[in-house]
Design a protein around this ligand. Structure first.
Ligand code: KIV
Length: 273
């Protein structure tokens, strides 16, 4: 039986994640965007906390991840980092802050690292962004890749369907994963691709492969916090396991509170001075 090394670790580093892959210990990753949630999450022994640009959807109510700005990501990441003692904190580089040129990409990554205290950044893409990836890595900033369904490119595809189902797309994805590994990325996220392809990538590269809708045969899993807690009711992809129905719980609690006020039942004598 393999020993669970991550439970003994005081601080998760990129080196720890690499060791976990070598030992076959699964890596647990989840998103967070604010201090209070991040505090609870870190106490569970989660390995990686991602300040995802999914904040654009679940925190700001946008239809896509495109509108969120670097300043807004820095605001969310700063709050999360304050709450974390143990997990590795990764911050998404928002759309438009790294695709233009590698100098701009490095400036964006430096701002994230300097102003938030996070441990790493994440970027969507392979060969198209490799110059920026190289430049950021050469500044000593750990980079996590992201391939497969890349929400920042949604308007190129027009749909959130499963990616890399055709042979040429699958071959490009595998090539991109190798490219990111060779550049020095410490891990890569694979989103919404066939499980067989994800398994192939995970066994072909030495860096940890974290899946979301990419099957079980990868090195770890990530979900968006609001989706897995059931806060979000209008998003139900096959890969999403809901661990709670917080939408109903919160609604019920606030409804009771409102009723108590209307019925002059709150506050009662014990709840006043
Ligand atoms: O922004 C995000 O939450 C992500 C995850 C879906 C991996 O990139």
């Amino acid at each position: 039986m393999s020993v669970n090394i991550s439970s003994k670790i005081k601080k998760v580093t990129t080196h720890v994640l690499h060791e976990m892959k070598l030992r076959g210990e699964k890596i647990a990753m989840i998103t967070a965007y604010d201090y209070s949630m991040a505090r609870i999450i870190d106490s569970t022994g989660i390995d990686i906390v991602l300040v995802g640009d999914s904040a654009s959807n679940v925190m700001a109510g946008n239809e896509s991840t495109l509108p969120i700005t670097l300043d807004q990501m820095i605001y969310h990441a700063t709050s999360v980092v304050k709450a974390i003692d143990r997990a590795l904190v990764v911050v998404d580089m928002p759309f438009g802050t790294y695709q233009g040129n590698s100098k701009e990409a490095l400036c964006s990554a430096i701002r994230i690292m300097k102003e938030t205290g996070a441990h790493a950044i994440k970027m969507e893409g392979g060969a198209e962004i490799i110059e920026s990836v190289n430049r950021i890595l050469s500044a000593g900033i750990p980079v996590m890749g992201h391939l497969g369904l890349m929400p920042q490119s949604i308007h190129k595809f027009g749909t959130y369907v499963v990616r890399a189902t055709k042979d040429d797309e699958a071959a490009k994805l595998l090539k991109d994963a190798h490219l990111l590994e060779q550049a020095g990325c410490f891990a890569v996220v694979l989103e919404k691709i066939p499980a067989k392809l994800a398994e192939k990538v995970a066994s072909a590269v030495r860096i940890p492969v974290i899946g979301i809708g990419a099957g079980a045969e990868v090195d770890g899993q990530v979900l968006v916090l609001h989706d897995m807690l059931g806060i979000n009711q209008d998003f139900s992809p096959r890969f999403l396991r809901r661990y709670h129905n917080l939408y109903e719980e919160i609604k019920g609690a606030v409804q009771n509170y409102t009723n108590d006020i209307k019925n002059k039942d709150f506050p009662n004598e014990r709840e006043q001075y």
